[in-house]
Write a protein that binds this ligand. Structure first.
Ligand code: FAD
Length: 258
């Protein structure tokens, strides 16, 4: 982008934007910039730095704090036995279990944590226990890095794309899974601002649909984790019962065939 003459203004929050003549003008604390086209890509942070920027988008996305952490690099012997193919893995828990390796063989994983107090300490203990349960051969676990940020959740877990005016577009709703999505999405938005007809774009534009009582729901949303944990626990019990039934069936079938 810089090579093509683009400019980046870091630490310069956009406060609002408006149409002046045939240009879009974006106001910041330090000044204004104008452009022929506008793309608002503030995702989960749409209402974080400037409530007045895009309230219609900020209130259709729920910012939920998500944590990631990277273990110390694993020894080669241990690494070969844990996800030996080095694939990124995630399972179907409501409280997602996920892991992948970085280039230095750190296992990058994470989770969610509730309530006040030492969140980092509690998360480390919880994730250590999980890693040791899944892969006992991992031994002692320590973490080189722990970090967090907001993921932007929509009510239907789908991303939303919007027309904000002539040559102006916005999107939100990464739902915690948009590292890959943002690449083709950015390409399509670039085509849009270059004048490619909307019928040729892979962008299902919709009108923003706000969460009712966004502020209240935002306080309650993290506690959904308790519901997810309860469902996960029930699934495990059901899974165990199912497994028992399968064994009983197998046992009876093998006795019948003798
Ligand atoms: C801990 C964590 C782990 C994650 N793990 C994964 C993963 O494994 N796989 C995956 O696919 N996704 C993951 N995600 C989600 C992923 O980070 C997002 O999907 C992705 O970053 C979305 O990219 P984006 O450019 O749309 O938004 P962002 O990366 O959120 O960028 C939005 C930008 O807008 C800026 N901004 C906001 N308001 C203003 C303003 N008023 N003025 C100027 N700038 C503003 C913000 O500073 C930010 O830089 C994770 C997220 C977190 C927090």
């Amino acid at each position: 982008m810089l090579g093509l003459g683009g400019r980046i203004y870091p630490r310069s929050h956009a406060l609002s934007f408006e149409r002046r003549g045939d240009r879009w003008v974006v106001k910041t604390e330090k000044g204004e910039i104008s452009g022929r086209a506008l793309v608002v890509a503030t995702n989960a942070y749409s209402g974080e730095f400037a409530k007045s920027l895009v309230p219609e988008i900020a209130t259709e996305v729920m910012p939920v704090l998500s944590w990631q952490m990277a273990t110390q690099p694993l020894s080669d012997n241990v690494r070969k036995t844990i996800i030996p193919g080095r694939q990124a893995m995630s399972d179907t828990h409501g409280e997602l279990y996920f892991a992948r390796y970085d280039a230095r063989n750190r296992l990058v994983t994470g989770g969610a944590v509730l309530g006040p107090g030492d969140k980092t300490g509690r998360l480390k203990a919880r994730v250590t226990e999980r890693l040791q349960r899944l892969w006992p051969q991992i031994g002692d676990v320590s973490f080189d890095y722990v970090w967090n940020g907001y993921v932007g959740m929509t009510a239907d877990f789908l991303p939303r794309m919007h027309r904000l005016g002539p040559n102006a577009y916005g999107w939100t709703g990464c739902n915690g899974r948009a590292v890959a999505l943002t690449i083709p999405l950015g390409r399509e938005l670039a085509k849009a601002v270059q004048g490619v007809p909307e019928s040729e774009l892979a962008l299902p534009f919709t009108e923003p649909v706000q969460y009712m009582a966004h502020g209240l729901l935002r306080k309650l949303a993290p506690w959904m984790l308790l519901l997810y944990r309860q469902r996960d626990a029930q699934e495990l019990v059901r899974g165990d019962r199912f497994e028992l039934l399968r064994w009983a069936e197998y046992f009876l079938a093998s006795r019948r065939s003798r």
